[in-house]
Design a protein around this ligand. Structure first.
Ligand code: EPZ
Length: 421
């Protein structure tokens, strides 16, 4: 296994180019199962998770070519409909092939994703919604076996909870269904908006994009003609680099970013006394003379993203005063707390509320363990301001979602290197 060695407290400065969004790329790749043509996707982040989904599509019979950040993909040749455990166990987002496979072939088997480091993460809402569309679903030997031999039927789906993956799966299922599907209480994340727009450009009749009520008129199992498109910039990667500027109190400019997707994050940074400047596709954070404490509640978009919670916790260790974070989406997304404490942070947990008393300039290096993707990035941030040499173990989590993290950090002047255990 590999680990990252970071020597803290080096001066950083410069610009960082934000990559394509992993969480947009994954459903977009799954949606290509609905395509009748070969298609090209640009700005595809070269991270483990997107490569895993490409491998899954290949196992199903698709062919693809990747040239850095451009992927040319042909899914018409898909002739298998089983997403096997060996792939799904490495990436839960594999569940996103369930909707499109079922819609196109009328049957499929997808390994049931197991537990996860951040919570139970059930997929009951995906399954219930597909059942409302006429699917017959059984769980057998750890697999979701779904059948709809005469195709899925449009239905009114009311999600009990806002679910990103559930909304995506139903959007893709509804695309080829017979008749009209209404999704009520749909997720509104920018990644959902892009999925809707790509499907619309591919000829799908879809209304209510970006709202909590989306209406789709299915194509009666006719495949869609996809256009070439580029994956939107990664708002969580961007937010992580904004936290890097903030925690090191350096001027840092992000390019290839969508500032309008980061309102909640920018607003919390402003509350912490930072000034930010934006253009259409750049965002610059300025240093401040005092980092102030902040209170954060995670929620669905456009609220503060759970995927930024760990990074803000690292940042709060450098604030004056006590910050609080209330994690409302996942029941176990605090695995980074004990690791940050090992670096000298003062954090107290009470259920889903974390109180972080700032210890500005006082973190000290040690060995820490990465537990999930965003928790790992929080450890990187903390290590960059800790006195001494921090080793972050199990960094394969970082490789799942941050493109060329070390390269980007080194360009900014960080002392970071990768080693074999
Ligand atoms: C997506 O996960 C993201 N993953 C996650 O990013 C992100 O944290 C999450 O949305 C919330 O924003 C991808 O886009 C690939 P949900 P997803 O369904 O779709 C519960 C990262 O670090 N729920 O919106 O799995 C669920 O347990 C990751 O990049 C059910 O109860 O999230 C959670 O409490 C990690 N039943 C809440 O809903 C269901 O059937 C929201 O989950 C589905 C979800």
């Amino acid at each position: 296994m590999k680990y990252l060695k970071i020597i803290g407290k080096h001066k950083l400065s410069g610009e960082v180019k934000i990559s394509g969004a992993k969480n947009a790329a994954l459903p977009l790749l799954a949606s290509t199962i609905l395509a009748k043509n070969e298609l090209v996707i640009g700005n595809m982040p070269d991270v483990v998770d997107t490569n895993t989904l490409l491998k899954l599509l290949e196992k199903l019979g698709a062919t693809y070519k990747r040239d850095k950040n451009t992927v040319t993909l042909n899914t018409l040749s898909i002739n298998k409909t089983k997403a096997t455990y060996d792939i799904v166990k490495t990436m839960r987002a594999s569940i996103l092939v369930l909707g499109p496979l079922l819609a196109r072939f009328g049957h499929c088997e997808v390994s049931l994703p197991g537990g996860c480091a951040i919570g139970q993460r059930p997929v009951d809402l995906h399954l219930k919604a597909l059942e409302s569309m006429g699917a017959v679903i059984e769980i057998k030997n750890g697999y979701i076996e779904a059948k709809a031999p005469n195709g899925l039927k449009g239905a009114k789906i009311v999600f009990d909870k806002v679910t990103v993956g559930g909304t995506e799966n139903i959007l893709m299922a509804a695309a080829l269904a017979h008749g009209k599907t209404q999704i009520i209480n749909a997720a509104k994340e920018p990644e959902i908006v892009q999925l809707c727009e790509v499907l619309k450009d591919a000829g799908l009749d879809i209304k209510g994009i970006g709202t909590s009520e989306i209406t789709i008129i299915g194509t009666n199992q006719e495949l869609l003609e996809f256009k070439t498109f580029e994956v939107i910039p990664d708002r969580i990667e961007a937010g992580t680099y904004l936290c890097l500027g903030a925690i090191t109190n350096t001027k840092l400019k992000l390019t290839n970013v969508r500032p309008d997707h980061l309102d909640a994050v920018v607003s919390k940074l402003e509350e912490m006394n930072f000034t930010l400047e934006s253009t259409k596709d750049t965002l610059t954070i300025m240093p401040t003379n005092e980092i102030k404490a902040v209170n954060i509640i995670t929620s669905e978009y456009p609220g503060f993203p759970t995927d930024m919670q760990a990074q803000f916790m690292a940042l709060a260790t450098q604030a004056n005063g006590t910050s609080t974070i209330d994690e409302r989406l996942f029941e176990n997304r605090y695995m980074h707390v004990s690791e940050l404490v090992r670096l000298g942070a003062e954090i107290h947990l009470n259920g889903n509320i974390a109180s972080i008393t700032g210890v500005p300039g006082k973190l000290s290096a040690t060995d820490v363990m990465a537990t999930d993707l965003r928790a790992s990035s929080a450890l990187v941030l903390a290590a960059l301001v800790a006195e001494g040499e921090t080793n972050i173990h199990r960094i394969y989590h970082l490789d799942r979602g941050y493109e060329d993290l070390e390269g980007k950090l080194k360009l900014l002047g960080a002392k970071v290197s990768r080693h074999q255990e």
